[in-house]
Design a protein around this ligand. Structure first.
Ligand SMILES: C[S@@+](CC[C@H](N)C(=O)[O-])C[C@H]1O[C@@H](n2cnc3c(N)ncnc32)[C@H](O)[C@@H]1O
Length: 265
């Protein structure tokens, strides 16, 4: 009996990796082992405070609840939700098995496995019943979803009427001197450090996808088109990152009202 070395990869698997669509779960499988480090370095650690703000915006109070974290990756937001709300359970879904594997280790280390469940899943086809969560989040993930409107509609569908849907996403600041500095960071520093630390050119994708993401007003309109009522659009760090806070109305087709665009903080 002959055995292949365990490190050998089938040619078909190699081809699949080489052609992995940018932003897909397969692409994140490739960079998973460096993802957390890169996140901290590239955002200078500020990504943590952005996630904390997202959790606060869920306004879950201190009663039992069930929260869905879409594109959960290595589970940083799922962990933050569970740590902040001891009465809540969290389900995190993501198409990248490698990102989830790292997430599961972090969940186990923090002894939160009884309250956080992580599973493979695509934002565009959530495997959950209507109205089955009290709130849903997606952090730095909607940019990667090929059909964003469908992803948002799915989040609106699985959240109960009145429940929050929060989206945290990077964008490109468009005006002012500091915006220019932020653009330099995204266009030059991010791909350079990303390439240096990860050894993968995928981080160039990060810069391109951020630049291509719609402005806050346009994205808020898309959330409303998905049947949500946008309550707050909150730019952070001169618009480098934006938190969109929305609510599912009592009737899913009854969304209305302009989003409140706050000043940068
Ligand atoms: C930049 S990471 C964000 C991870 C995590 N939410 C965080 O805050 O660090 C983007 C994630 O989106 C996931 N993703 C890509 N396509 C997706 C899709 N169609 N549905 C759900 N998640 C997707 C990737 O696998 C990856 O884990």
């Amino acid at each position: 009996m002959s055995a292949e070395p365990s490190t050998a990869k089938a040619p078909a698997a190699e081809t699949a990796l080489a052609t992995a669509a940018l932003g897909s779960g397969q692409m994140f499988d490739r960079i998973a082992s460096r993802y957390d480090l890169l996140n901290r370095v590239l955002s200078l650690g500020i990504d943590r405070s952005w996630r904390k703000r997202t959790v606060r915006a869920l306004a879950l109070a201190h009663k039992p609840g069930r929260v869905l974290d879409v594109a959960t990756g290595t589970a940083d937001l799922a962990l933050q939700i569970a740590a902040t709300h001891p009465a809540c359970t969290v389900v995190g879904v993501d198409p990248s098995a490698n990102m989830l594997e790292l997430g599961k280790r972090k969940v186990a280390q923090r002894k939160l496995a009884s309250r956080i469940e992580l599973a493979l899943g695509d934002a565009q086809a959530l495997a959950f019943a209507d109205d089955s969560f009290d709130a849903a989040t997606i952090a730095f993930g909607i940019r990667n979803v090929p059909d964003r409107l469908l992803g948002l509609r799915e989040m609106a569908r699985v959240v109960r009427p009145g429940g929050k849907v929060c989206v945290l996403e990077l964008g490109e600041p468009r005006r002012g001197l500091l915006a220019r500095a932020a653009r330099f960071h995204t266009h030059r520093v991010v791909p350079w450090i990303g390439g240096l630390l990860s050894g993968h050119r995928e981080y160039e994708y990060l810069q391109r996808s951020i630049a291509a993401f719609p402005d806050a007003k346009t994205f808020a309109s898309m959330m409303e088109q998905a049947g949500l009522v946008v309550e707050q659009v909150r730019p952070m760090m001169f618009g480098v990152c934006t938190l969109f806070v929305a609510r599912r109305p009592e009737r899913i087709d009854a969304a209305s009202g302009p989003a409140k665009l706050e000043g940068a903080s």
